[in-house]
Write a protein that binds this ligand. Structure first.
Ligand SMILES: [Zn+2]
Length: 390
């Protein structure tokens, strides 16, 4: 009997270790792959140019995975050492709080949520198992802990003073990364506008209205309704503008995006996307909508993965960037990698100079490359971040 007990207990322990330790790591290793490649060629000219650039990226999902971001990892695409190796100055870390099973870019239906399982398996606080807001706040706290542990390496950007200080320190040669906290989907509010203050206080500065599901805010680009903003969604947009959040239209339905354009004239971001006429995909907004969004002074972050650009290689990225510059103008194109966002990537962030090389190869002038690699992002942040603290 005792033998049977200890045998069963042993199996239970192995199962628990498998669920809590191994499963999340295996899941990440499978989802955040780097496509096999020989080292991407980077010329001396590209290397030298890359070192002079202020580089920014509008979207990564690294906070979703229980990796120690202060250490160079053997899986995934982003951590602090790799950001520094890639010479990144500003990185948006997005919190992902709900992803339905069976999600797809065409018609995602409500289904069991995968992030709940990930939250339990990664032993996140129990509050975060049920509340999407707690889930977002927990991910933000993980980033604050990185900044607390390695303050010389990573800082959370809350206001323009933080941005100015970051740029000044980098100009003096300090390899420090500025991190901006974002949310992928306003469902992070648990349908309560008063939660906006909690997010703001936790350092959130960018809010995407949607992810894959239609929500209380309105229709997703990937849901079943294609609806526009609900009355709550309109109140939300007004509140976001009033508070000073940057609004991200990625994943919202076309009608939702048009409704936002009708409500406000603040600059808007499409953080991780492609250009539809370059890569026909239900994941990309129609060209005319992109033009309309950017006419307000917005910025589009071009992604690196096949679904939005077709060819996921540095040359493919450069092609998509060039198409974006041609369509939207050189002041409105930026980077939006979707690193660690469960898509296979052509490289990790440490190899980012390959993009500079490819942009030179595509014939873009160095002045335009500097804007795309981060100049445009920094300009928008300088305009949109609050002057101080708040
Ligand atoms: Zn996304």
């Amino acid at each position: 009997m005792a033998m049977v007990f200890w045998g069963l207990a042993g199996i239970a322990v192995v199962a628990l270790i498998g669920f809590f330790v191994i499963a999340p790591a295996v899941a990440e290793r499978g989802m955040n792959r780097v496509l096999p490649h020989a080292p991407w060629p980077v010329s001396d000219r590209a290397k030298a140019l890359h070192e002079t650039l202020t580089i920014g990226d509008w979207h990564c999902d690294s906070l979703l995975w229980n990796r120690d971001l202060t250490r160079r990892g053997t899986r995934g695409h982003v951590d602090l050492p790799r950001l520094i190796a890639g010479n990144v100055a500003v990185q948006v870390f997005t919190t992902v709080t709900r992803v339905p099973a069976g999600m797809n870019v065409r018609d995602t239906k409500p289904a069991s949520d995968r992030i709940t399982l990930l939250a339990i398996a990664q032993l996140w606080p129990v509050k975060s198992w049920r509340s999407l807001c707690e889930r977002g706040l927990h991910q933000a706290r993980r980033l604050h802990r990185v900044a607390d542990r390695v303050p010389q390496g990573l800082r959370i950007l809350r206001d323009r003073a933080d941005l100015d200080r970051l740029l000044a320190d980098r100009a003096r040669g300090q390899k420090v990364v500025g991190a901006l906290i974002g949310a992928e989907g306003a469902h992070v509010l648990d349908a309560r506008l008063d939660n906006l203050d909690r997010l703001w206080d936790a350092g959130f500065r960018l809010i995407g209205l949607h992810h894959f599901l239609d929500s209380e805010v309105g229709g997703s680009l990937h849901g079943t309704t294609r609806a526009g903003l609900t009355p709550y969604g309109r109140d939300l947009v007004r509140a976001l503008v009033a508070k000073g959040f940057i609004i991200d239209l990625t994943h919202s339905s076309v009608q939702t995006a048009r409704d936002v354009l009708a409500l406000t004239d603040v600059p808007l971001v499409v953080s991780h996307t492609g250009i539809c006429s370059f890569c026909q995909s239900p994941r990309n907004f129609p060209d005319d909508l992109m033009v309309e969004i950017m006419a307000r002074g917005g910025v589009a972050g071009i992604g690196y993965w096949a679904e939005v650009i077709g060819d996921p290689s540095p040359a493919g990225i450069a092609g998509a960037v060039k198409a974006a510059v041609d369509l939207l103008g050189e002041d409105h194109v930026s980077l939006g990698s979707d690193f660690d966002g469960a898509v296979p990537q052509p490289f990790d962030v440490s190899e980012l100079a390959a993009v500079t090389e490819a942009l030179l190869g595509a014939g873009l002038p160095e002045r335009v490359i500097a804007k795309v690699m981060g100049g445009n992002m920094v300009r928008l942040l300088a305009r949109m971040l609050p002057a101080r603290g708040a």
